[in-house]
Design a protein around this ligand. Structure first.
Ligand code: 5GP
Ligand code: ZN
Length: 114
């Protein structure tokens, strides 16, 4: 999508610290990290929120979580533990309307989340 920050990052038009990428997703470090590891995993396809997911996206969504699993292992947070979070819409705190999995780890996490 022309005016989407994360589409531009995926296309390399806006710089980001990329961690890993594949044909259909890109992972990069959050510009304002909320934990020692804070990586965003996005599909290259523009999907605004979880609410716009369709049955045909099932494999793609699975790949985003498999990417989170791989990156967690590489960051050394797989065993201590981590969060993989997707915010949907304003009340949940979604600010960028291109679906993304937050991979957060490297510190104790509270529950319930704020
Ligand atoms: P949301 O609130 O939509 O779930 O998460 C959006 C995330 O994107 C936030 O954690 C925010 O810090 C991050 N972010 C916003 N703009 C940029 C940017 O230009 N580059 C990177 N790397 N992260 C960004
Ligand atoms: Zn987009």
């Amino acid at each position: 999508m022309a005016d989407c920050l994360f589409c531009k990052i995926a296309a390399g038009e806006i710089p980001a610290e990329k961690v890993k990428e594949a044909d259909d997703w890109v992972a990069f470090r959050d510009i304002s990290p909320q934990a020692p590891t804070h990586v965003l995993i996005i599909p290259r396809e523009h999907i605004a929120t979880i609410n716009e997911l369709e049955p045909g996206h099932a494999e793609l969504v699975g790949k985003l979580f498999l990417a989170a699993q791989q990156i967690a292992a590489e960051e050394g947070i797989a065993e201590p533990g981590y969060r993989a979070v997707v915010n949907c819409n304003a009340q949940a705190g979604q600010a960028v309307f291109h679906i993304h999995v937050h991979l957060l780890g490297g510190r104790e996490m509270g529950w319930p989340p704020g």
